[in-house]
Ligand binder design. Sequence first.
Ligand code: ACM
Ligand code: ZN
Length: 522
Amino acid sequence: MKKSSARPWILIAASLVLSAAMYAQFSIIPQPQSIVTGSGVFTLTGNSVIIASGAGLKAARYCTAMIARNTGIRMVITNDGSPDAGVILFQITNGSAFGAEGYSLAVDERVIRIAAATEAGLFYGAQTFGMLLPSDAVHQRSAQGAVNIPGCRIIDSPRMPWRGLMVDAARHFFTVDELKQFIRVMALHKLNMLHLHLTDDEAWRIEIKKYPLLVKKGAWRSSIGFGFPADASTAYGADGKYGGYYSASDIKDLVAFAAEHCVTIIPEIDIPAHSRAALAAYPSLSCKSRDGLWCPGNEATYAMLTNVLAEVVDMFPSKYVHIGGDEIGRPQWWLCPSCKRHVLEARRMRDDDNLQRYFHWRIGRYLVSRGRIPLGWDEIADGDISVPAAVMGWRSAEHGYRAAQNGHDVILTPQEYCYFDYYQSPYGEPKANGDVLSLKTVYGFDPVPWLLESIGPRILGVSGNLWSEYIPNYRHLEYMAFPRAIALAEVGWSVKRDWDDFQRRLAVHRIRLDVIGVNYRR
Ligand code: ACM
Ligand code: ZN
């Protein structure tokens, strides 16, 4: 072999520059665990095929649709091809270290190989593969028959299992088709939990067969409210009332669509407070101590709510069912004859906290009996509710950490980092709730600071909340969600984070959002 003549440091420096330049061509969001650049290039053409079967089919179907949308190239899926030249191969590998959602993705001149232990892992491999498509091809959607994919080897898995968003469908209504588009955008960012806030003071949005008045009365109001003009939304019934609701078949459709995108839907029935809409329909169950509150001293309350939850459990396969529990305040329970006689005196309770915990325990134990895990806002962890329950820390991250220290599994959704109903900037933004929450602040959220590493395993993940008082339609929902939810997706997925590099990748990523028509804030 010819000895390298001179100045090897020039070669080393040149190759470092080259690999840095090549690295910069990857604009994957959320940032994968590791990317090693390769030397070859895979050329995707109309003759390339996808090989997949069984658990690989979901990712393969997604991949063909995405390639067609982004490049115009139409590929076929086959299960009997050989992993030869010109193929994208989806492979389930048993007993690997990928975990429940991890994957590897290797691109060389001949084959693109995506491997994972699960369907979800392959799906996320397909999402990452989509972000290897050159953005100019995606932008022009004119691949002219061929697209070059840079050689690389990516190994990836999420930092946290719960990467979610909450949509408040109560204050304003979003249709099934709108929620499907939202799920598509979530899946692109490897977000996997859609929490639907289905009930509140202003509306009840889920049909419960046993209690038809909940939607008949509770899903409609005379006007859109919150100061919006009537044409801020198209959600009007034939009689001109504002609103809408999801039927059992809507939910079935939505749950199946979400599953196809590796998204779990978590239903929330917010009780005992935030319940004016339901109690206007069933006023006999209202507590005399406070308006809009289910009476925890009335046995009929538990009968109705467990019947409601029975139907909810039948509709949603999720392990977790959210039962709210926020902002109950300090009702004067003694002023309610039922609370006084049937609980406070009968159970020799002193007062408020105990009665509140009693309510959560009664409801929580029903869900446990149905094999589900009750999930609530962090107030439910203010005292011991004597059933295993998971907690969403919203009042502050600190409230979440305290719940974790008390033995609860916790999803962090603190106002200071996760309230996407807040203003995106102090200047020139449409009317919003509360304070200002910038993209950079969201990106800077460290869900498990090193001082709290001991409770790390209890922190399931993060979720962003889109309370919809000031979100009257779907386009505005996207505007408030993105790009902040993309920053949160990286908080939940990526161990290595870098704000400058995120901004660079986001600049490329905007093209992908444009292609699927996302109304993100620019
Ligand atoms: C909440 O923001 N009331 C959970
Ligand atoms: Zn009462």
